[in-house]
Design a protein around this ligand. Structure first.
Ligand code: CS2
Ligand code: MN
Length: 358
């Protein structure tokens, strides 16, 4: 595996490449062209410039998170084919820059949903949190205004103000799209992009739905072992793979996280490893990465990745806001650096124990 940190680019991130370079064991970044619009093709020269910038800092681009899929592709609107053509052009341009992993999601309307971006924990840190009761009390438009004030001046992925201004229209677009239709559109998209992925050896890694159940009546299709395996079988190509995100599959306590990893052997191309602390089954907060701070057994998660031969990029996921840092919620430097060090420690211990036959 390669330990990485997500980085939004020098124009958007409070964290710098030189800071990332100093986290022990972190050798790459997961990045994106944050100001691109889904449906458009990425300019090859911008990808080249991004790569040069990252490499000049002594790091590599370990993958892209995300090349976002347009709503037209998700709902199967008339512009779908033109958008898929553009997606293919973007993949070609990435392949030519030696970038071989692309994370994306197929969630309708909202990329992810949290009801609080700065819930205070007993240690004084603040974290993202979700409580179903708050979602039930809001309509989707109010949802955006209720979290907007807590973004620390950042634009959060999937919650761009321009996009949220159109929430009503977006819901309208999805009104005839049920889970089956969404699944069909996803399969159609993957079938069309597999040839270019084969040509440039690009691993597509679908991010699960977060939370792993339907919010505001929108369909959810990538939320448990059965559904993700169905997608793996529907497009049975190694380049059709998965982002294993512990904090997203883990929102549903019925999901056995190491079990999902083991069932996906060979198809996990990217891992987001974070911990959640559940107060009730439908109220959770994003704890520190350590097992003892949350509800997951992080050792078992890392062990399942190790034992299935995972060799893609891995990153700590949303960190807590600590030590007075002001950054995009979930994406400060300090707690994610602690997370990376901890995950590296678990990996080293697992690796040495295996090699020494302990
Ligand atoms: C990420 C997602 O910040 C997060 O919660 O895990 O936004 C993720 O980047 C996208 O869903 C992938 O397309
Ligand atoms: Mn994730």
């Amino acid at each position: 595996m390669q330990m990485t940190l997500r980085w939004y680019g020098s124009k958007f991130d409070t964290v710098t490449l030189s800071q990332i370079r100093q986290i022990p064991g972190v050798t790459g970044v997961i990045t994106t062209l944050y100001d691109t619009v889904p449906g458009e093709a990425w300019a090859p020269e911008k990808i080249r410039a991004l790569r040069k910038e990252v490499e000049a800092a002594g790091l590599t681009i370990a993958g892209i998170e995300s090349v976002n899929v347009s709503d037209a592709i998700k709902v199967g609107a008339p512009e779908r084919d033109a958008h898929i053509e553009n997606y293919i052009k973007t993949l070609e341009a990435l392949g030519r820059e030696d970038i071989h992993m692309v994370c994306y999601n197929f969630m309708p309307v909202f990329d992810w949903t949290r009801t609080e971006l700065a819930r205070k924990r007993p240690d004084g840190s603040t974290v993202l949190a979700y409580t179903q009761a708050a979602v039930d009390a809001l309509d989707p438009e109010e949802m955006f205004s209720s979290i907007n004030g807590d973004m620390n001046g950042a634009v959060m992925p999937g919650w761009e103000p321009e996009r949220m201004a159109k929430v009503k229209e977006l819901f309208e677009l999805y009104k005839d799209v049920d889970a089956e239709k969404l699944f069909e559109n996803l399969v159609c998209f993957l079938q069309k992009i597999m040839p270019v992925c084969d040509k440039y050896d690009i691993n597509m890694a679908i991010h699960p739905d977060d939370p792993a159940w339907s919010v505001f009546g929108l369909p959810r299709i990538i939320n448990n072992k059965e559904n993700i395996l169905r997608l793996m079988r529907a497009v049975d190509n190694k380049h059709n793979g998965v982002t294993f995100c512990a904090g997203s599959y883990g929102t549903d306590l019925r999901n056995d996280l190491p079990g999902i990893i083991r069932a996906l052997e060979g198809r996990v191309h990217f891992a987001h490893v974070r911990n959640l602390k559940f107060n009730t089954p439908d109220d959770f907060e994003e704890a520190a990465h350590l097992s003892s701070d949350g509800s997951f057994d992080m050792y078992e998660i890392m062990k399942a990745l190790y034992e299935t031969g995972f060799d893609g990029p891995i990153r700590p996921d949303h960190g807590r806001m600590i030590w007075g840092e002001v950054a995009m919620p979930g994406y400060g430097l300090y707690d994610r650096a602690l997370g990376a060090a901890y995950l590296n420690g678990l990996w080293e211990a697992i690796d040495k124990a295996k090699k020494r036959g302990i």
